[in-house]
Design a protein around this ligand. Structure first.
Ligand code: ME8
Length: 531
């Protein structure tokens, strides 16, 4: 298979508080894709980081009696720790207070001033301090509230620099038209209808009274708007405009597939201003900006650090395992849509998919192979058995379906295809009833090939479950004792090579959860945070 280059990014997280399960969701889906592409043998560069400037962060630092830099240095360590515990396999963590990033942003600013895309003017408008966003009269409506967070906005007037967005609207519209999958799932329409088609305003990209930000070298009174600073992380992280731009040339090139994830509340910045910035810099645009949904409380409010209603993922990992939490997020929360972390659903999903479907199939298969064949996988040979042949052909169909879905970033359906393959295995056991075959010497071949087929079902499903179950799928492959050459994606359809392998002793992958006890525990944990 031809190796492809993938550049996958998550938004960078505001360094203002502890991470919560909403952030963990965003990071998990991007990480799942990164692991899937690596599994396929592709060359992936996966970026995440922290957004460390702006008024909000300066205020938080002050409230903690710290300098902004000391404050973000501490938060950054906390982020790294959290992502390690979540199994996030990033290749680089970018910080916007990194001098290399600062230099890149200043160079971009200068370049755009030189070429006339940034100009000086006066800004008067409605400002939301919490979102650090300016809004127009029509956007704030009669009640003067922020369209993003609903908080009260106030009027601000100041000398400022503007990005000439209007100039790029025709090019932007042309790009949207010729790249219908740029922002998939119909997520572009709202942006088009609300912001672009009514007449996009030029964006105010400096702030006069904010001190904690990247200084604007053209004007010592100003700092660069936090969103311009933040968006540029995606290319500064690769060394754009630096002495070493080798990563940039590799991953921001036409040979790479660029996939960027962002939550729906920051869609506007990613699908409008980010492309405009790239167009102004004469750089290629990403292949896909994937706008994901948000985790909400049961009363429909966004889980958010500023509202203080969001639990940390860490106690959930400690009690239920990393894989259980990651799997639930990808499988249960339909990608692209909003979702709610629901205790009972969580427990039931883990029990039905991971304990019953996966863990049980593994356990039953290993025990039967132990009982009938002393744990040695029988030799493979094709036989004329309708059930066995159907099992293989149904499994191959699902494997193609898995790949089609994963290639379109439909991770929820990808996970569900893995479960359907395991379902096939479980139903096959019921239909074949190996315990009956074992009593009939004429059915020796059928018994051997049934056990052989189950070993393949488990090998194949464990390989493709790895992007979701980052530790347990590997453990299953170890219990099966699959050689590493047969754990690869390229070997996935190579049926027949497990003959003679001795399975290792079975061990429980996922312990069964008591629905009542665990639902109560989780409800208390979440209700402590949630209303
Ligand atoms: O937006 N459910 O930072 P952030 C799902 N720094 N995803 C959620 C969520 C929830 N309840 N709450 C937050 C920022 N997120 C900027 C980004 S990028 C150049 C700058 C997601 O810390 C949110 O949608 O508020 C976003 O994608 C990410 O977490 C970071 O949010």
């Amino acid at each position: 298979m031809l190796k492809k280059y993938f550049y996958i990014t998550t938004p960078i997280y505001y360094a203002s508080a502890n991470l919560h399960i909403g952030h963990a969701y965003c990071e998990t889906i991007a990480d799942t894709l990164a692991r899937y592409e690596r599994l396929k043998g592709n060359d992936v560069f996966f970026l995440t980081g922290s957004d460390e400037h702006g008024e909000k962060i300066a205020k938080n630092a002050q409230a903690n009696n710290m300098s902004p830099q000391d404050f973000v240095d501490k938060i950054y360590l906390n982020f790294i720790q959290n992502w390690k515990e979540m199994g996030i396999s990033f290749d680089k963590f970018i910080r916007t207070s990194d001098p290399k990033h600062v230099e890149c942003v200043q160079k971009v600013f200068h370049k755009l001033v030189e070429q006339g895309d940034i100009y000086q003017g006066n800004y008067e408008g409605w400002y939301c301090t919490s979102c650090e966003s300016f809004w127009t009269e029509s956007q704030v409506g009669e009640n003067h509230t922020c369209p993003d967070c609903g908080r009260q906005v106030h009027k601000e007037a100041q000398k400022a620099y503007f990005l000439n967005c209007k100039k790029y609207v025709p090019q932007l519209l042309e790009f949207y038209k010729s790249h219908p999958d740029f922002v998939p799932g119909g997520k572009l329409n709202e942006m088009l209808n609300t912001f672009v088609l009514p007449g996009l305003e030029d964006l105010c990209i400096t702030r006069q009274d904010v001190k904690w930000g990247i200084p604007c070298l053209e004007d010592p009174d100003q700092v660069i708007y936090v969103w311009i600073d933040a968006l540029l992380n995606y290319i500064s992280a690769l060394g754009y405009l630096s002495n070493d731009d080798s990563l940039f040339n590799k991953y921001w090139s036409d040979q790479a597939t660029i996939v960027q994830f962002a939550g729906r509340e920051i869609n506007r910045f990613h699908s409008i201003y980010w492309p405009i910035l790239l167009m102004a810099l004469n750089l290629r645009l990403p292949d896909t900006i994937y706008i994901h949904g948000l985790l909400l409380t049961r009363s429909g409010v966004k889980l958010s650090k500023s509202l203080g209603n969001a639990p940390s993922p860490l106690p959930l990992i400690e009690r239920y395992s990393l894989d259980a939490l990651r799997y639930y997020m990808v499988r249960e929360i339909v990608i692209g849509e909003d979702g709610t972390f629901t205790p009972k659903q969580f427990i039931e999903r883990i029990n039905s998919d991971l304990v019953n479907n996966y863990g049980n199939l593994l356990n039953r298969t290993l025990n039967m192979v132990k009982k009938y064949f002393n744990s040695v996988v029988p030799n493979y040979k094709p036989i004329d058995s309708e059930n066995i042949n159907k099992l293989y052909s149904d499994m191959f169909k699902l494997l193609d379906e898995y790949q089609n879905n994963m290639d379109k970033y439909n991770l929820t359906k990808g996970a569900s295809c893995c479960m359907s393959i395991l379902d096939l295995g479980n139903k096959f056991i019921e239909v074949q009833a190996p315990w009956i075959l074992a009593k009939d010497p004429n059915k020796k071949d059928e018994l051997e090939q049934s056990m052989y087929a189950l070993e393949e079902v488990l090998r194949i499903s464990s390989i493709i479950l790895q992007p979701f179950l980052v530790t347990k799928a590997k453990l299953a492959l170890e219990q099966l004792n699959v050689p590493s050459s047969l754990q690869t994606y390229s070997s996935i359809k190579e049926i027949g090579k497990l003959s003679g392998i001795k399975n290792n002793p079975p061990q429980i992958l996922f312990p069964r959860l008591d629905v009542e006890i665990e639902t109560k525990y989780l409800t208390e944990l979440i209700d402590g945070k949630n209303n």
